[in-house]
Design a protein around this ligand. Structure first.
Ligand code: P53
Length: 487
């Protein structure tokens, strides 16, 4: 009973929020290197130069003018440039993960560190960096879990190709995949293609200038083809590779039993499950095709695309789970959360974090059961966690009982899904196992880690690492394979 013996306990991070070293070791610029910090009230901005040479900025959900190129303003602070500096601390950090007993560690590879322009030029020093990181993990018996692409794209591809709107980018991405699959085939077994593929939009993440639905879905189609090709290529290079997809899963409940609210919830859930349908079942669901027809969205496809998508289905579903939401047919009740990226309604039965994310452990069991019932493939929770402000006590401790409480309730819910619903759950990697920059808001203040990093919202701090109370707690959880959740 309980979790399987070889369950992958670990933690998760992403290059753009953790690594830093933005120009070190031959790395090229990523789109994320031109996104400013922000906070709950102030959105992160994209800084760019227009065709005419003017320097401007827009929020991440707005369009950029045609011909605009990313611009790093020397007067501004960009959190990705140093982040929490994994680049220079990886040995120390991995030693701390090993001390907690991690069985795996999820990280992403920065595309621009391997291919500085995103094209077919390789930066050997970048390949060496990740090689050293993987060797360091393997030294402690920690299995690396690699997100091939987490929310960024080499800026050159955004500037010169309009990012993923251009089919040529599929080939460049495949070149990048082939390079890392071949180089790391003996060191890495678990991969996933695109982080939170259902959240990818605009210049920030996929390098497209327009924020229109037409442009987004065309780019998403290219992402599907690229992911499917990557899955096939990876399996050719090493048949033991486990290659997953990755979706942000936020289940929505109908606000009331009014059928109109139930329909709203169905539509909300379906918008996320569309991405899983394509990558797990291998085809576009009927409702999406109808929506495209209704909204006049035309996807330009090559004749072979449907067959590629059908042949490149994934081995497992990786997903993030932070919160649930509620749906209503009364739009006046709707507010926005998740760095203003997501419409949500307050569920009166749930408490929320300071950032308005509803804490719902049972929602995790419901999600696991629903996903396993629908898709019947292994599931991997590759992100979960509680973003909170951590205060240091006078003697320099961080007593994060709120975080321990969040994790204890979510792990108990996972255990129920495994024991009572028979879900095939292969692992659990809490988000930001060491403090990283928030993706939504660009702050340091919103922390998730078991390990504190001394760094503030303006990039000031010693980058010193400190164990929080949750560090020893999670160590005990792993040591007992999820049985001992006591505080
Ligand atoms: P932050 C919104 C809602 C759910 C997940 O998010 C999200 C987002 C985007 O903000 O993204 C994932 O840092 C993402 C990570 C991110 C993490 O959740 O905004 O994969 O990169 O850091 C937490 O609190």
């Amino acid at each position: 009973m309980g979790f399987p013996k070889d369950f992958l306990w670990g933690g998760a991070t992403a290059a753009n929020q953790y690594e830093g070293g933005y120009l070190s070791g031959g790395k090229g610029l990523s789109t994320l290197d031109a996104i400013t910090g922000g906070n709950k009230d102030q959105p992160r901005m994209i800084t760019f130069k227009t065709k005419e040479g003017e320097i401007k900025e827009v929020t991440r959900s707005e369009s950029l003018p045609e011909g605009a190129v990313g611009y790093v303003d020397p007067e501004k602070y960009y959190p990705s440039h140093v982040a929490t500096d994994f680049y220079h601390h990886y040995k120390e950090d991995i030693a701390l993960f090993a001390e907690m007993g991690f069985k795996c560690f999820r990280l992403s590879i920065s595309w621009a560190r391997i291919c500085p322009k995103g094209t077919d030029e390789i930066n050997e020093e970048g390949l060496k960096f990740y090689e050293a990181v993987f060797d360091e993990c393997l030294k402690y018996g920690i299995e690396p879990v690699v997100t091939i692409n987490h929310f960024d794209i080499p800026m050159y591809l955004a500037d010169h190709y309009d990012g993923w709107s251009n089919r040529k980018v599929i080939d460049y991405f495949l070149f990048f995949c082939e390079t890392i699959f071949t180089r790391y085939k003996e060191k890495v077994k678990y991969w996933m293609t695109f982080n939170e593929i259902n959240f990818l939009r605009s210049w920030t993440q996929i390098g497209i200038h327009s924020s229109e639905a037409q442009s987004k879905y065309q780019a998403v189609h290219h992402l599907f083809v690229a992911s499917a090709k990557a899955v096939q290529l990876g399996h050719q290079i090493n048949p033991d590779f486990q290659i997953g997809m990755m979706v942000a899963y936020i289940p929505s409940y109908p606000m009331t039993s009014r059928p109109e609210d139930v329909l709203e919830a169905l539509q909300f859930n379906r918008e996320q499950e569309f991405y899983i349908d394509v990558q797990v079942k291998g085809y576009y669901p009927a409702h999406k095709i109808k929506q495209f027809e209704r909204e006049g969205i035309t996807i330009v496809k090559e004749p072979e695309d449907d067959a590629i998508i059908a042949a490149g289905t994934v081995d497992y579903i990786g997903f993030s789970y932070y919160m649930s939401t509620a749906s209503t047919a009364n739009p006046e009740n709707v507010k926005y959360v998740g760095g203003n990226q997501m419409p949500a309604v307050k569920n009166p039965y749930l408490e929320e974090s300071e950032w308005g994310w509803a804490v719902d452990p049972l929602g995790l069991r419901i999600s696991l059961a629903r996903l396993y019932d629908r898709y019947n493939v292994p599931l991997f929770i590759v992100e979960n966690g509680f973003g909170a402000v951590d205060e240091l006590t006078i003697d320099g401790q961080i007593i994060d009982d709120y975080r321990i409480d969040y994790f204890a309730r979510h792990i108990a819910a996972m255990k129920d899904a495994v024991e009572l619903d028979g879900v095939d759950l292969i692992g659990y990697t809490p988000w930001g196992c060491i403090d990283v920059v928030s993706s939504g808001t660009g702050e340091m203040k919103k922390r998730y880690g078991f390990i504190y990093v001394d760094m503030d919202d303006n990039g000031h701090g010693s980058l010193k690492r400190m164990k929080k109370k949750s560090f020893d707690w999670y160590k005990q959880v792993i040591a007992s394979n999820g049985e001992n959740l006591a505080k």
